[in-house]
Design a protein around this ligand. Structure first.
Ligand SMILES: Nc1ncnc2c1ncn2[C@@H]1O[C@H](COP(=O)(O)OP(=O)(O)O)[C@@H](O)[C@H]1O
Ligand SMILES: O=C(O)C1=C[C@@H](OP(=O)(O)O)[C@@H](O)[C@H](O)C1
Ligand SMILES: [Mg+2]
Length: 171
């Protein structure tokens, strides 16, 4: 059966701009917009408290269920995922099945600059620069499965959204 709805799914490392760009894309397209982290926070509490009480594995289980519910909804939407959402194969498969998957990238220095004053990402707390470098290395191929890859290092969020819309129009 042909799908009646469309979804754009944004993946990428922390600080590549998924949450920000998803807002602009949804606005431009007149589609709904969801951010898996925001849905989790509304339903379950802050990301930091979930990492503390359930550990990363417990957080990933919730994230996977939230992602599945967003992907299966009968409406066109832009979905921003959390940077670690791609680590589970079932999540990658579901994203590819239901949506057009866009991987945002940026170089480590820009990422560090973007996230350094934000305490909401438990995996980066402490030595933020060292943590960004370490986790980026661990995940160096994790975003390769996407349909499209966009380097946002020297783009504004508006330029990133425009580039995605252009790629969609040319698809
Ligand atoms: N292209 C960009 N250029 C400069 N700053 C950006 C860009 N995209 C996002 N930001 C900023 O970086 C921070 C992290 O962005 P966010 O959208 O939360 O990233 P993600 O959801 O991928 O972790 C925010 O303060 C945001 O305003
Ligand atoms: O990369 C990760 O493992 C995470 C990324 C975060 O989302 P953003 O990528 O939107 O920062 C959030 O889901 C959580 O802190 C874990
Ligand atoms: Mg985000």
């Amino acid at each position: 059966m042909k799908q009646r709805t469309s979804k754009i799914v944004l993946v990428g490392f922390m600080g590549t701009g998924k949450s920000t760009v998803s807002r602009l894309l949804a606005e431009q397209l007149g589609w709904s917009r969801y951010d898996s982290d925001e849905v989790i926070v509304e339903r379950e509490g802050t990301i930091s408290s979930l990492f503390e009480t359930l550990g990363e594995a417990g957080f990933r289980d919730i994230e996977s269920k939230v992602l599945a519910s967003l992907l299966e909804a009968e409406e066109s939407s832009v979905i921003a995922t959390g940077g670690g959402c791609v680590l589970m194969e079932q999540n990658r498969e579901a994203m590819l099945k239901h949506g057009f998957v866009v991987a945002l990238t940026a170089n480590a220095e820009h990422i560090i600059d973007r996230v350094k004053s934000d305490t909401s990402r438990p995996l980066l707390q402490g030595d933020i620069a060292a943590n960004v470098h370490r986790i980026m290395e661990q995940r160096k191929n994790a975003y390769d499965f996407a349909h499209l890859r966009l380097d946002t290092t020297s783009l504004t969020p508006h330029e990133a959204a425009e580039a995605i819309l252009k790629a969609l129009r040319e698809k």
